[in-house]
Write a protein that binds this ligand. Sequence first.
Ligand code: FDM
Ligand code: MG
Length: 254
Amino acid sequence: MSTSRRGAFIVIEGLDRSGKSTQADVMLDRLNASGISAKLMKFPDRTTAIGQMINAYLQSKADLDDHVIHLLFAANRWELASTITQTLESGTHVLCDRYSFSGIAFSASKSALKHKEAIPTPSSSDIPYTNPNLSYIWCRDPERGLPAPDLTLFLDISPEAASARGGYGEERYEKAEMQARVREVFGQIGNEMLSHNQNEDRSEPTKDGAQPRWVVIDAGNDKTTVSKDMWAHVEPLIAGVDSPIGRLWYSDDN
Ligand code: FDM
Ligand code: MG
């Protein structure tokens, strides 16, 4: 790889039990087996002091206000943002299991969604909202300016198919109703990102600074098919990236 090229920042997103962690491991092995330098990161990173607070919340050992836990998840990314940037600049690819999109989707799912018409799955609209203050925009704001992924692979699976994979665990958000709502917000994020996919020149930030590459992968398929589908989007990036690292939802004028 030429020294002027940086690593690619690849995020894997999706509901619980969509296969993110499995697929991230498969991809890391594949890259490393080809002698390509790649680092796997995961959010929440439960090893830091902030991560331990998040862990206690998720395991219901601590109760926190919905705004507070949202900001802790975002802070957990900000405390590792320089590690991401430095790793990419050293020429190593970063694979990331969950990122800002989970941060928005899980918190905003506690609130009513403003743009209902943009949401593809109205299935859980009868579920009461627990916190009307966590608007989509409020949830997105603390993520603004974080290193932007070059590619986000959204592993899409219905909550029904996900729970058929052995059920959810014991953690706070691992409930079918919440997962259905989270999928709706992921749909809204996907629409927002896909609307930028028209912009072919990815070296230029889009109007609101979002990096547009968002790809939906059918995660209901078998493991090998999913890996293959994901790889088709990753392969063009493994020679490295020429453009500077973008910033999420960021532009100079706001
Ligand atoms: N989660 C994850 C959030 O609510 N916000 C975030 O910013 C992130 C990264 O934490 F339910 C939720 C998603 C999931 C829980 O994640 C723990 P893992 O991937 O299961 O550890
Ligand atoms: Mg989990």
